[in-house]
Design a protein around this ligand. Structure first.
Ligand code: G3P
Ligand code: CA
Length: 391
């Protein structure tokens, strides 16, 4: 019933949305949400490899510090949902070495029997540094989208800044437009995290995530299209945009790009792309790549540079980080986009050979589960705000 109502709503709304059609600020981007997480266990090398195959622009890592302060890619603050064998507890109660013993893949097979693969059993946790080194070796133009999930009293920002400085990944991209070109862009629901990162002298572009205009601050950002100087771009939930379709234009008019999350349904992708959204998070990177290709509004294959064939599984890199200090590779910027290997980590394997630029991999026709839940959440949030304001 919900699907019928939603489909009917789209049919009614489409002509109105067509009148609001607007260009994006630049090429529209695919941000792979926890990797290609519709098809493989989130935040594992399987999901990241697939996102590269599906020709993503940005690879997400939800960052949490381990007990020994190593940034790892995991969404929840506990391991309860994504580790098998009844293991539980907060991520920061385990060292990296302890987390490496756990199975982060089997839960996916249980939850998705039709997509289950035996190779997912025993999938390992991925330190952010290994994600960077592995996929930059495959594609030095790839871009990464870490999200600070738990600041750990400010240690997360401090450690990220130190790690990215050590790796030469702070000052990348076009200084006139780092949001669209930097190798690393940071996101957080916590404005304090973005502010801390900026105060560490970071030039990494910062995006503010939010669900709905449920605070006076966010309402002000939405009405004026502008915010504090430690927010470079805005990342409202897709429901906040669909409820208020001129929102993107207001942010654009004030000079800010707009990204949105998490959009797995092709119809919703088309609507949001037509409204000029600059990037969409999706679990279904292949579907979004196909929609952007159909519109002709994305990066060129040369700009995103994903290899069609590459060695899966990060051989020689997976497993080598032992602490927040690495070991890891050092990179340096190349012009206005991308980096190159400056020095390989000691004990490193031979760098992965260069591969030819991939032809874009087009539509698979697979559609995700949609994000009605997100729409409803946004509606409830908006209704709550209205109630608050009318008191
Ligand atoms: O970062 C975009 C989106 O991932 C935010 O939601 O909870 O999936 O991190 P969440
Ligand atoms: Ca996230």
């Amino acid at each position: 019933m919900q699907k019928i109502v939603l489909a009917a709503a789209f049919v009614v709304a489409l002509p109105a949305f067509a009148q609001l059609s607007a260009p994006a600020n630049g090429p529209q981007l695919v941000a792979s949400h926890r990797g290609a997480s519709a098809y493989a266990p989130e935040h594992t090398l399987f999901a990241y490899d697939l996102a590269i195959e599906q020709d993503t622009d940005l690879l997400e890592c939800d960052v949490i510090l381990t007990k020994d302060e190593v940034p790892v890619c995991i969404h929840d603050e506990t391991i309860d949902r994504t580790v098998a064998d009844g293991k539980t507890g907060r991520v920061d109660s385990y060292t990296l070495a302890e987390l490496r013993e756990f199975d982060f893949g089997s839960w996916f097979n249980t939850a998705n029997p039709t997509l289950a693969k035996s190779e997912y059993v025993g999938a390992k946790i991925v330190p952010f540094e290994e994600e960077l080194d592995c996929y930059l070796r495959h594609n030095p133009k790839l871009r990464f989208y870490p999200e600070t999930k738990d600041s750990a009293g400010g240690r997360a920002e401090q450690i990220l800044q130190e790690m990215l400085t050590r790796k030469g990944l702070i000052d990348t991209g076009d200084p006139m437009n780092r949001v669209q070109t930097a190798t690393i862009v940071l996101q957080s629901f916590d404005p304090g995290s973005l502010q801390r990162m900026r105060s560490l002298n970071s030039t990494i572009p910062t995006g503010f995530l939010y669900t709905a205009p449920t605070s006076i601050d966010i309402l002000q950002y939405q009405l004026t299209g502008d915010g504090p100087d430690y927010i470079d771009f805005f990342i409202p939930n897709s429901a906040a945009i669909l409820i208020d379709p001129t929102l993107v234009q207001r942010y654009h008019a004030a000079g800010h790009d707009v990204h949105t999350w998490t959009v797995n349904d092709a119809n919703q992708m088309d609507l949001l792309l037509s409204l000029g959204v600059d990037a969409l998070f999706t679990n279904n990177s292949d579907v979004l790549r196909a929609r952007i290709d159909a519109k002709g509004s994305g990066t060129t294959p040369e700009q995103r540079n994903n290899p069609k064939n590459f060695a899966h599984g990060c051989v020689g890199i997976a497993g080598r980080v032992t602490s927040k200090d690495g070991p890891g590779d050092v990179w340096e910027p190349t012009g206005l986009r991308g980096v190159q290997l400056k020095s390989a980590s000691a004990g490193s394997v031979t760098p992965v050979p260069a591969v030819p630029v991939a032809a874009p991999d087009t539509a698979s026709g697979r559609f995700g589960g949609g994000s009605l839940g997100s729409v409803m959440l946004g509606l409830f949030g908006f209704a709550a705000l209205r109630r608050k304001l009318s008191r």
